[in-house]
Design a protein around this ligand. Structure first.
Ligand SMILES: [Zn+2]
Length: 336
């Protein structure tokens, strides 16, 4: 049996013919195994969805309880047969509930890692390397130029700016699932105990993280009802990046525009978005983490997907590992 008999790219996503299921399909299918709750990986309308409890609950928050015909909870590390194919879910370190999916049959095993990172994140379980024959890796930041700095250093830059401009509102753009809660938690870990104001789009997910034991400290809605513009002077407001491009942002006086994303490594991107304070905080692996992870899995073959596939494929070949790009379409990660 070749690995491509076990998992293969189809227009809907990665398909397992013997198990008759898709991993993170981008179109509605009968049976979907889902790695995590970001919108490009977790879509509504599948027949059956198998995912971790947290991912199922996040999908219900985002799409409503009827997001799928039925759901099946995957417990981390537990091997379950799906139409005779052995599947198991393992922590991916990307956002709360995120998992790699291991698929095995006939003595061969493939790990589809979804999105992942290796550095410590106080809002989710850390990535666990899983031994496999074929490792499917993302490549969002798959170029050697991408080396993410230390998280604490980026948060210290935000706090330093707050100290320097005590009358300005600091608007932090952060994706609503994962990044926003991580930024807030990192601020708490850095000793920031004041109320953090949040955009309405973050409320349910922040409340969900809290319910899962991730303490986010005092939060309040960033609405004018809470006082005039002056009420936000010297405060931190966190919202989805899209919110800061529209009318919503105009309620704040003389704001400092910050954006927490791995893409902030590229000055030009920050400039284009009008970001004054770029914070390089990514929920994806940087180059060093990608190549270290490939080595950690011991895989003899690597399939590369969503992102800069070519550089990573070449790195594998130079290092004696068979590799190929998967060319899956439809993944524009909302949580970079
Ligand atoms: Zn993601």
């Amino acid at each position: 049996m070749r690995p491509s008999d076990l998992l293969q790219p189809r227009p809907q996503g990665l398909y397992c013919p013997p198990g008759d299921f898709f991993i993170d399909p981008v179109k509605p299918v009968g049976r979907a195994l889902i790695t995590h709750g970001h919108a490009d990986h977790a879509r509504a309308g599948h027949g059956t969805v198998m995912a971790t409890r947290e991912t199922l609950e996040i999908m219900a928050i985002r799409y409503g309880e009827g997001f799928a015909g039925s759901r099946q909870e995957a417990r981390l590390g537990e091997r379950v047969a799906v139409n005779g194919v052995e599947v198991s879910f393992h922590p991916a370190g990307h956002v709360l509930g995120s998992a790699q999916i291991r698929v095995a049959q006939g003595g061969r095993c493939i790990v589809a890692s979804g999105d992942y990172k290796r550095r410590r994140d106080p809002t989710c379980l850390g990535f666990e390397p899983i031994a496999c024959d074929v490792f499917i890796t993302e490549a969002t930041f798959g170029l050697p130029v991408f080396r993410h700095p230390d998280d604490a250093g980026e948060i210290a830059r935000l706090l330093a700016s707050l100290g320097q401009f005590p009358e300005r509102t600091h608007l932090v753009g952060a994706y609503s699932l994962g990044k926003a809660q991580r930024v807030i938690r990192l601020l708490r870990d850095a000793g920031y105990a004041e109320t953090i104001y949040i955009h309405g789009a973050l409320e349910k997910l922040c409340a969900y993280y809290e319910s899962q034991g991730i303490a986010l400290g005092p939060l309040a809605p960033a609405t004018i009802d809470n006082g005039g513009k002056a009420a936000f002077a010297g405060k931190i407001v966190v919202g989805p990046p899209s919110a800061f491009a529209d009318r919503w942002a105009r309620r704040f006086s003389d704001p400092v525009s910050a954006f927490a994303s791995g893409w902030m490594r590229i000055r030009q991107r920050a400039k284009q978005r009008g970001v004054e304070l770029p914070l390089i905080l990514s929920d994806h692996s940087d180059w060093d983490e990608l190549v270290a992870t490939i080595a950690d899995t011991g895989a003899s073959e690597v399939w590369v997907t969503h992102g800069r596939e070519e550089a990573l494929v070449r790195w594998c070949e130079i290092n004696g590992i068979a590799a190929r790009p998967l060319h899956l379409v439809g993944y524009e990660d909302e949580g970079d």
